[in-house]
Ligand binder design. Structure first.
Ligand code: NAD
Ligand code: DAU
Length: 355
């Protein structure tokens, strides 16, 4: 994949959290690329995430579903895509526990439909084509106190979400081995940053601290996640897209492990200071609730392949990234309030209040 190629890229799920950062990066950094964002605008998709680039001349939005095979065929024919950056997914573990089939539909059937469309349209000549699949570290399962996830770690998904993502990864590799479709996969750890939907731990907690609501911590809060600032993830995808090897998998992670309870305490400390509240005020909101079913204990990525082969490293220390993130939410309360209303209000009630 060379920078001088005049790519026409289909980004799926570009109105979501990671997709919007990725779309912004590609639209602004590569003005000679044409970017088409296909997004079904589910509860997690929000065009407000892309307001600053919506009128860019190299950007085009299409509302549509990745399981709609006729639409995919029509779009490939019309736009003659040279690459796909596949971000669209059902992404929240808790929702996958209550509605697994929605995850099979989008993550497995949707990914397979996209693969079929790409193969069909590109099969005469795969030169300079790329299907890039964005995946997660959760496919590797759950770690104990030590060790890391490597690209070679056997898959061991344990939630309906991670099972559906693992399945989609397998389909991507199957299309590479069976049909020769040029693919790349990256598996990333937990992201955080602006435009993160407030059903996930960090934005949910920021929103609840603002409104003096309880901070629900599953179990004892001892589960560990490896956090990466979302713009660093988008930068890694850019590097892999252009310089990674076809058929390869790259792990992306922050080398930044936090126990949930320690993370929330750091968040409370920073928010007390930013909101001019007495130290310790927000920590009083911490509320231990029923654990997530099958809650994975620890994720930790070894991203040394990406560093050694392609020179990528995270740019931000966590405390700094968290501070930037909190500032963004405090300065974008209208975005937050709009997102928290409607469908999400009902989900929140079902998840936390009716238990
Ligand atoms: P998100 O839930 O914020 O966004 C998903 C987007 O996909 C939304 O805009 C939604 O409208 C769209 N979408 C959902 N179903 C669709 C369908 N059937 N057709 C078209 N569009 C559809 O998700 P995210 O957190 O930005 O995650 C993006 C990708 O990155 C996912 O594949 C996820 O598995 C992966 N990932 C996420 C994280 C993380 O921490 N958030 C970490 C590693 C990998
Ligand atoms: O590791 C990558 C994955 O990270 C992505 O593939 C997923 O799309 C993304 O949602 C994220 O999954 P997690 O389940 O790790 O993220 P979540 O923010 O839902 O939870 C983070 C941790 O916090 C986890 O241990 C569960 C816990 N938690 C979460 C919520 C929502 C709580 O204790 N309370 C909560 O209310």
């Amino acid at each position: 994949m060379h920078f001088f190629i005049m790519h026409t890229i289909l980004i799926t799920g570009g109105a979501g959290f990671i997709g919007s950062h990725l779309t912004r990066l590609f639209v602004t950094k590569y003005p000679h690329y044409k970017i088409v964002n296909l997004d079904a605008l589910t509860y997690a998709g929000n065009l407000a995430n892309l307001k600053d680039i919506e009128s860019a001349s190299n950007y085009h939005f299409i509302k549509g579903d990745i399981t709609d095979t006729e639409l995919l065929q029509q779009l490939f024919t019309q736009h003659r895509f040279t690459a796909v950056l596949h971000c669209a997914a059902e992404s929240h573990v808790d929702r996958s526990i209550t509605d697994p089939l929605a995850f099979v539909r989008t993550n497995v059937v949707g990914t397979s439909s996209l693969l079929l469309a790409a193969r069909e349209f590109w099969k005469a000549d795969f030169t300079d084509k790329l299907f890039y699949h964005i995946s997660t570290d959760e496919v590797y399962g759950s770690l104990g106190e030590t060790g890391y996830f490597y690209e070679t770690t056997p898959y061991d998904p344990r939630s309906p979400y991670s099972a559906s993502k693992a399945s989609s990864d397998h389909f991507v590799r199957a299309f590479y081995h069976t049909y020769g479709l040029p693919v790349k996969i990256s598996n990333c750890s937990n992201n955080y940053g602006p435009f993160h939907f407030p059903e996930k731990l960090i934005p949910l907690s920021i929103n609840n601290i603002i409104h003096n609501k309880p901070l629900p911590i599953y179990g004892k809060g001892e589960n560990i996640r490896d956090w990466l600032y979302v713009e660093d993830h988008a930068r890694a995808i850019d590097v892999i897209f252009h310089n990674g090897k076809i058929g390869e998998t790259y792990n992306i992670g922050g080398h930044n492990e936090w126990k949930n309870i320690d993370l929330i305490k750091e968040l409370c400390k920073q928010m007390d200071s930013k909101l001019n509240r007495a130290p310790g005020t927000s920590e009083k909101l911490i509320s231990f609730v029923k654990d997530r079913a099958g809650h994975d204990m620890r994720y930790a990525i070894d991203a040394s392949k990406l560093k050694t082969e392609l020179g990528w490293e995270p740019s931000l220390q966590f405390e700094e990234g968290l501070s930037k993130t909190i500032d963004w939410y405090l300065n974008n309360k209208e975005w937050l309030n709009n997102v928290v209303s409607g469908n999400y209000a009902k989900y929140y009630e079902d998840q936390y209040v009716k238990r």
